[in-house]
Design a protein around this ligand. Structure first.
Ligand code: SAM
Length: 239
């Protein structure tokens, strides 16, 4: 899968290209990354990428042309036609289902706004989808684009060390994840739940499902409105 970032701050992306699951996916060739700086698509000596908003008001707005040319260059970089995403607080709110849908594309072009945002006509002309990472305002789209890339990359086959780990994460099956424990068995008077040491795989699975259901009920009851136990889970709880 290919990710192209259109950004005034390409150096920020070393956070995902140089470390962790995303860095490893890049070095193993599971993902490709391209960086396009609108400043490289300007014709004036100051490399101007913004201007004052029509109608007045504070702040600056990103210019149409440098962004358009950067996006068009990025479109040509992949084998498949790229899907152009604008990261924006006004977009559809990102969730696990959204990441799964986005992971089915083979080429995403992620446009990172700055200042007061980008000229609306660029959204009309070049953008396919607008996505927000939450109901708050960041100073730029870079962190949002990296959040999106990280969330998608961990869904790609072979990106994680253990092939089941993405499926058991919170939200993937509609529930929050069960609690995790590692060595030692006892620390500061706190004991690992004995069932996890029992070696009884069925009992462990049942305990984990109950924990996931209980946590979701306590912390995110809204998720249970659409959740349904599958047949395997029903049998497990009935046994
Ligand atoms: N004036 C814009 C508004 O209120 O909709 C906000 C502009 S914001 C300061 C600058 C840029 O940060 C945006 O163009 C967008 O790319 C990015 N951004 C800010 N908050 C975001 C969020 N919650 N999700 C995704 N991108 C965001």
């Amino acid at each position: 899968m290919r990710f192209d970032f259109v950004t005034l701050f390409p150096e920020m992306f070393s956070a995902v290209t140089g470390a962790g699951i995303t860095g490893r996916a890049l070095s193993r060739g599971l993902v490709e990354v391209g960086l396009y700086n609108p400043r490289d698509y300007t014709a004036d000596r100051y490399q101007t990428v913004d201007d004052r908003p029509y109608g007045g008001g504070p702040g600056m707005v990103m210019l149409f042309e440098p962004l358009r040319d950067a996006i068009r260059d990025a479109r040509g970089s992949g084998d498949a036609a790229g899907r152009v995403i604008y990261l924006s607080p006004q977009g559809r709110k990102l969730d696990q289902a959204g990441l799964e849908a986005l992971s089915r594309h083979s080429h995403l072009i992620l446009v990172c706004g700055r200042y007061e945002g980008i000229d609306e006509r660029l959204i009309q002309a070049e953008v396919d989808e607008e996505w927000s990472i939450g109901d708050y305002v960041l100073s730029g789209g870079e962190l949002a684009a990296m959040v999106m890339m990280d969330g998608i990359t961990r869904l790609l086959p072979d990106a994680l060390g253990h092939e089941d780990s993405a499926q058991q994460d919170s939200f993937s099956d509609g529930l929050l994840d069960f609690p995790q424990f590692t060595r030692p068995e006892m620390i500061e008077g706190r004991q690992v739940p004995p069932v996890l040491l029992s070696g009884d795989h069925k009992a462990i699975e049942r305990w984990r499902l109950k924990q996931a259901l209980g946590r979701t009920w306590l912390r995110r009851p809204d998720l249970l409105e659409t959740f349904e136990l599958d047949e395997e889970q029903q049998t497990l709880l009935a046994e």
